[in-house]
Design a protein around this ligand. Sequence first.
Ligand code: SAH
Ligand code: SF4
Length: 392
Amino acid sequence: MSDQRPGLSGVPPHELTEWLAAQDEPAWRARQIADALWTGGGVTDAAAIVTLPSALRESLGAFARLDTVGDTETQVTDGGLTEKALHRLDDGVLIESVLMHYPATRGSRERHTLCLSSQAGCAVGCPFCATGELGFGRDLETAEILDQARHAARRLAAEDKRLTNIVFMGMGEPLLNLDRVLAAVEALNDPRRFGLGARHITVSTSGVVPGIRRLTALGPQFTLAVSLHAARDALRDVLVPLNRRWPVAEVVGAARDHAAATGRRISYEVTMIGGVNDTPEDADALAELLRGDHAHVNLIPMNPVAHTPWTASPMPVIESIAATLRAAGIETTIRRNRGQEVGAACGQLAAQRAGEPPAPAVARRRERLVMASAAALRGERSDEPVPAGVGE
Ligand code: SAH
Ligand code: SF4
């Protein structure tokens, strides 16, 4: 049976104060606990909070778990610039976070970006995504999200460095676990807890329209990134199956309202798949869709991490799409660096651990995708259902 104690990083400050009061402890102990939990990524054991009397250390340890990602394996790749962490949660579920180091350049300071997970698996099921292929496991607890950040902060603190950016681009669809993601962002933002500015946090969504609208009502909390991948519904139905529930026009409409209400530019992500979403028609449709918007497009070569019949678009094709978008006045960046190592690889380690699916199932999946994308390119809408667990 899994541990019933809450993860301490996810306990809201007022609840911690209430718990201290119930222990007949003064409220200022909350500050000592917060310092121990958050400074430099914090401690992972209540016994290490030496500022507390030993009886309180013991009762705190009985009340809450100081770390929910204690069982973590780290793999360093890319000449030390990328650290992938595979976290085994209390119930045995595996999730990933990826820490990426960007050395200083002439134009920018050194950065350390963490790509973290909001769910174990994902119900949306984008075919090119390793997490989508795994399917949905469960929502992460607020503490399980935050402890990925604390883990990375400790790795960096050991070298006297700090986390500079957090992107919710790991496993899962953050807007389908929005209450916990918002609670986690609040803690990341809070100067008395993680203390990372809202401008340094990005949440990426595949287009959960009610979630985007809820964020707009709350006001700017972070940068919103929208995974677009295709401007035409027929193709987006295949590449981002929740498009069957919330079609492109609704997603971009909600994103546009968000940009207008918050004054914050929207980032659109487009994973470039050779012969699928990189045709001149698709480039034109994308340019038309976003013309005049307060938006930035990132074109990312597909990382072949899931079982698909597809490969990344060739770089000259991506460059010509970028040129089409720029000619329409849309700011566009090609993310060519570390193509294999960006957040797009998140879900890969967990998928490897889950084992290779049986060859006939892989063959059927590939065949289905060949048919589905060919039909989409002819403009035929998919009659596949909305994925289970997406929308009501
Ligand atoms: N579920 C959210 C956030 C996690 S995915 C979303 O889809 O936005 C983060 C980003 O990685 C998304 O833009 C996603 O489309 C992209 N991605 C996933 N698998 C990829 C792959 N194999 N190659 C390139 N990008 C990929
Ligand atoms: Fe889920 Fe995002 Fe992967 Fe699509 S790309 S399956 S929404 S994690």
